[in-house]
Design a protein around this ligand. Structure first.
Ligand SMILES: Nc1ncnc2c1ncn2[C@@H]1O[C@H](COP(=O)(O)OP(=O)(O)OP(=O)(O)O)[C@@H](O)[C@H]1O
Length: 255
């Protein structure tokens, strides 16, 4: 069965349960938004889903195979992971740093294919003009786009991205979300951690809402982003706005 799924995964860190038994799934061609307040467990669930952190309980299944026993090379080609934390880039050209995303394919070297994948990733992240600059000299948002480009260059069947647009200006954030939609239309399955609920509502097929280490709702954006859920999970009130692109706004914290 195709798809990437976490079945009842649970994890304790430092003696604290940070993930209670949780299940989540992404199908090929689906863009899933993982949302929830700070500390809800989004990064933890994404890391477990991507095989970066083994769960204490439960199982991850990637296209019918248990992730725990899948071969590392197949895994690295099939699943691309963009972590939240940034490691300062070495003083290499942007294009060479993005080309590191092709490392999982080095068993079958194909320079033309690698080069085309890197160019596509640079174009999708609006970095073509910066391709010869040292990565270490980029701005924060440019570096975030470069890290995303490296993850895109893998051209994996599944992309897991932790807050990929958090550092981006509105135009680049919209462009990246549109790029995710194009990837999904081409069959890629994506799980993306987002704090911008407007982008989540507008671009995602499905949202998974977390709170205190638990998945508390999942479904279509309109069914998850209810006024009651916003109040209960985020502690904010919602103001509905007629005829807007996004027909609601966050009015402010609860009293
Ligand atoms: N190594 C660790 N040891 C103990 N607790 C941890 C560890 N890593 C994370 N946690 C805790 O696990 C909880 C979930 O963290 P996580 O990073 O998954 O949250 P998040 O939803 O991604 O938050 P944010 O929106 O702030 O990025 C937090 O309470 C965090 O303090």
């Amino acid at each position: 069965m195709t798809g990437l799924a976490a079945h009842d995964v649970a994890l304790s860190l430092g003696g604290r349960a940070v993930l209670h038994p949780s299940s989540v799934r992404v199908a090929p061609g689906e863009l899933v938004g993982l949302i929830g307040p700070n500390g809800a467990g989004k990064s933890t669930l994404l890391r477990v889903l991507g095989g970066m952190q083994a769960p204490d309980e439960g199982e991850i299944v990637l296209d019918g195979r248990s992730l725990a026993t899948a071969g590392r090379t197949w895994r690295a080609r099939t699943l691309s992971f963009l972590p939240q934390d940034e490691v300062p880039p070495p003083p290499m050209r942007v294009a060479d740093l993005v080309a590191l995303g092709r490392l999982p394919h080095r068993g079958h070297p194909d320079r033309a294919r690698d080069s085309a994948a890197v160019t596509r990733a640079l174009a999708e992240t609006d970095l073509l003009a910066l391709r010869d600059r040292p990565g270490s000299q980029l701005s924060g948002g440019e570096r975030a786009r470069m890290r995303l480009a490296r993850a895109l260059a893998v051209e994996a069947a599944y992309l897991l991205a932790d807050e990929p647009v958090a550092a981006l200006d509105p135009a680049h954030a919209l462009a990246v979300m549109a790029s995710f939609r194009r990837l999904a239309a081409g069959g890629t399955g994506l799980v993306v951690v987002l704090h911008d609920l407007m982008l989540a509502a507008r671009f995602c097929d499905r949202l998974v809402l977390m709170r205190a280490g638990r998945v508390v709702a999942q479904g279509q954006p309109a069914d998850v982003l209810t006024d009651a859920a916003m109040r209960a999970v985020y502690g904010v009130e919602v103001r509905r706005v007629e005829d807007a692109v996004i027909p609601w706004a966050l009015a402010g914290p609860q009293d």
